[in-house]
Design a protein around this ligand. Structure first.
Ligand SMILES: CC(=O)SCCNC(=O)CCNC(=O)[C@H](O)C(C)(C)COP(=O)(O)OP(=O)(O)OC[C@H]1O[C@@H](n2cnc3c(N)ncnc32)[C@H](O)[C@@H]1OP(=O)(O)O
Ligand SMILES: O=C([O-])CC(=O)C(=O)O
Length: 435
């Protein structure tokens, strides 16, 4: 058994005890109340999910297993000479709650290496799809196609005890994660680089191998590590995490669940917003004949977008009420590596211009930028200008978090998710409008 799996096996019993105690002895304790606005308002703010992998404070932003982003970037071990930590180490942290040693990381690196062969039919499938298919459709279809490989399904069909569900979920999660960078890079090079895929180099770590398969030199390996870590998890109520959790709660295997989660990530209000940000910026640049707008001109573009009833992509958030620390981490990277980039200058100008306008507009509860406002510009700088690919990279990162979550869902015996719905009539009666 790998050290990672062994560590997990050691940690699960005490978590089960804690959950059993809460359920048995404190099951009737009231945590929250549900308001009518939440029935139609996307259950905003309703406390009804649990995860120990990350927690999102509205003002501070995300903590992964209790660590802020700067702490994660500082504490996690890095490849020799690298600026950004091993993605493998971040996965270890999310899954176990512990900062890994170099030895722990090597164990995960070896685990991924042993599982990274992408089945040939995945390439056949991708090649059969029309080339103008959105890369997120390709990515999700590739994940779904591999469902036949599920270890969970095989073991479930053989007659598996509930107590052991987490084990084949873990196997499926690792088998999937090991293959996602190659699938993503293959889609990119097939679609946008004249069908010239680059073979994986198993000697490289997760981030560096992705950069290698994309065909982009250093420091893109650092970008890849930073990007996958930042996008990994955002507690469990966001659309991609919640969808993955929901589908897995029916004991659909991790392939079904992750593919479903990726379909949610592909929406413009969620992960696709990073594509929308670059699309919006390119629209501005086109209108300006390729030159940077002045602040006044930019303000007008922002107002025009709002007045036409559209959202400003990359701004606002369902939970956050301050600048997203994932935005800040990327801004710091950009200030160091690409301070003179024209698009970065435009992104920086937007940071000054958009929040006061959104405040004046008076609708968005959070006028500050989220992660998606910054991720595209760094990709653009390093030559990944096909912005409809950006959400696929978000998806590779998000898989690390959502797969860790569903392994733990099975470990603590989370039930099939099935909330109760009411009719409009019933709500009108609750409100006292109707008898
Ligand atoms: C990785 C991620 O998923 S991060 C989020 C990525 N998405 C985006 O960047 C898209 C732009 N942002 C948005 O659409 C929203 O802010 C969301 C979807 C992120 C959050 O939605 P909500 O929690 O419903 O936001 P909020 O409560 O502030 O919305 C209130 C009103 O402000 C509007 N609003 C919110 N953000 C924006 C924005 N960036 N631009 C214009 N209007 C906005 C909403 O559309 C809503 O309008 P309505 O009353 O006419 O329906
Ligand atoms: O938390 C959310 O609702 C959206 C988000 O930023 C993420 O999933 O990364």
């Amino acid at each position: 058994m790998s050290k990672l799996k062994q560590k997990l096996a050691e940690k699960i019993p005490s978590y089960r005890e804690r959950v059993t105690k809460l359920m048995k002895e404190y099951g009737d304790v009231v945590v929250d109340q549900v308001h009518i606005r939440q029935f139609y308002g996307g259950m905003r703010g309703l406390k009804c999910l649990t995860t120990d992998i990350s927690y999102l404070d509205p003002n501070e932003g995300i903590r992964f297993r209790g660590y802020t982003i700067p702490e994660v970037l500082e504490k996690l071990p890095k490849p020799k000479g690298a600026e950004m930590p091993y993605v493998e180490g971040h996965f270890f942290l999310l899954l176990t709650g512990e900062i890994p040693t170099q030895e722990d990381i090597q164990d995960v690196v070896d685990e991924f290496k042993a599982r990274n062969r992408v089945p040939h039919y995945v390439y056949d499938l991708l090649r059969e799809m029309p080339r103008d298919t959105h890369p997120m459709t390709m990515f999700s279809a590739a994940i779904l196609a591999m469902q036949r490989e599920s270890v969970f399904v095989k073991r479930y069909n053989e007659g598996l005890s509930k107590m052991d569900y987490w084990d084949p979920y873990y196997e499926d999660a690792l088998n999937l994660l090991a293959k996602l960078p190659e699938i993503a890079a293959y889609i990119y090079r097939m679609k946008y680089k004249a069908d010239t895929p680059i073979a994986s180099n198993p000697e490289l770590d997760f981030g560096a191998n992705f950069a290698h398969m994309m065909g982009i030199d250093h420091p893109y390996d650092e970008v890849a590590r930073l990007y996958f870590i930042l996008h990994s998890d955002h507690e469990s109520g966001n659309v991609s995490a919640h969808t993955t959790h929901l589908v897995a709660s029916a004991l659909s295997d991790p392939y079904y669940a992750l593919s479903a989660g990726m379909n949610g990530l592909a929406g413009p209000l969620h992960g696709l917003a990073n594509q929308e940000v670059l699309r919006w910026i390119q629209h501005v640049m086109d209108k300006m004949g390729g030159k940077l707008p002045s602040k006044e001109e930019l303000k007008k573009f922002v107002w025009d977008t709002l007045n036409s009833g559209q959202v400003i992509p990359g701004y606002g958030h369902a939970v956050l009420r301050k600048t997203d620390p994932r935005y800040t981490a990327q801004r710091e990277f950009a200030l160091k590596h690409l301070p003179d980039d024209e698009i970065f200058q435009l992104v920086s100008m937007l940071y000054e211009v958009v929040p006061p306008i959104l405040m004046e507009h008076g609708k968005a509860k959070n006028p500050w930028p989220n992660v998606d406002a910054h991720s595209g510009v760094i990709q653009w700088h390093y030559g990944v200008r096909e912005y409809d690919f950006y959400t696929v990279m978000f998806g590779v990162g998000r898989a690390i978090g959502v797969l860790s979550n569903i392994v733990w869902d099975r470990a603590v015996g989370q039930a099939i998710e099935r909330p109760k719905s009411l009719t409009t009539d019933m709500l009108e009666k609750v409100a006292g409008i109707k008898k």
